[in-house]
Design a protein around this ligand. Sequence first.
Ligand code: NAD
Ligand code: IPM
Ligand code: MN
Length: 363
Amino acid sequence: MNYKIAVIPGDGIGPEIVKEAKKVLIEIGEKFGHSFDFTEVLLGGASIDVHGVPLTDEAITTARNNDAVLMGSIGGNTATSPWYKLPPEKRPEAGLLKLRKSLNLFANLRPAVLYNELKGACPLKDEIIGDGFDMMIMRELTGGLYFGERKTVEEDGVMTAYDSLTYNENEIRRIAKRGFDIAMKRGKKVTSVDKANVLDSSRLWRKVVDEVAKEYPEVSYEHMLVDNCAMQLVKDPKQFDVILTENMFGDILSDEASMVTGSIGMLASASLNDTKFGLYEPSHGSAPDIAGMDVANPIATILSAAMMLRYSFDLDKEADLIEAAVKEVLKAGYRTGDILSEGKTKVGTKEMGTLIVDMIKKG
Ligand code: NAD
Ligand code: IPM
Ligand code: MN
């Protein structure tokens, strides 16, 4: 089969890590007789530099006309990059948010898995880690604070800024259903995370998720307040199967969950709509502090490519092989700097990609 993939290298470490994920996909294609056509699309700072805007209409059309999108990461150093002197709607992140909204990518899946091989890179104590953990953070991606009305006004010499957090029941229902569907294929447990002790949007969230939960009697279901959840993620991460939450909470909790898996460089992500189409990107950012140094961990992007094979193309065997190859390379003791622990062999971005490709060849 032939699959059309729009590729967004992005900014910072983006082009370096996407290159490794492409290497892996090409190897999978050769091994299983698939062909992948890659079409490059500009987003973020790379697009600002060429077109003056972070996302053009043509870029959205190209993304839409492909079967899926593989993305690195976008943005620069928010304190020093000239991109952040532009008005907010012209900055790199605005392009990413517009792309997510335009393609209706409301369901963001971020799997946080502690591989056995990476126990040494996990900052938690052995008795907390136990046999490791495997959770799915299901983050709503096209609503909430990210897309609510915002403005900054000055009155009597005093500046005031507003950001509004809005959800309607339909937006909550569709992400909740997706969360319970995923739970049915996993550990059959959903933890719905909100701040219902303070926010109206969270109280509506709870009411709607309660209704959806009734349709899934097999799934054990609980509510957790977001501040407690942040604490529980380091106290006892094993308790979680699916964490279902709104946009901003999911953004913050997924970075936290990534660190207990050893590094943000391990956390893949899939952003899905109601079709087979999806955008696949690591959960981390463009890491301007290490860009161009061949030290970034490409595994989150490679695992995101595996999610693409699984969710958009139904190529489960191929996705399984990528995941197994990643584990084997870790088992053999190879590590990028972010997941390095005593006695392991340090490798760079390219070498890590090549090791995974070679392992796929053998597998
Ligand atoms: P970041 O995730 O880019 O980096 C945080 C820290 O983690 C840095 O020390 C970085 O070196 C490290 N890190 C991140 N990815 C790594 C990897 N693959 N291997 C090894 N180390 C890694 O977050 P930040 O510094 O807060 O943001 C930098 C820029 O990225 C900002 O412009 C932000 O808006 C953007 N960003 C983009 C995305 C995205 O494209 N989806 C996601 C998050 C942040
Ligand atoms: C992420 C990022 C984005 C977000 C930024 C770059 C807009 O942090 O994908 O987690 O907050 O969603
Ligand atoms: Mn984030």
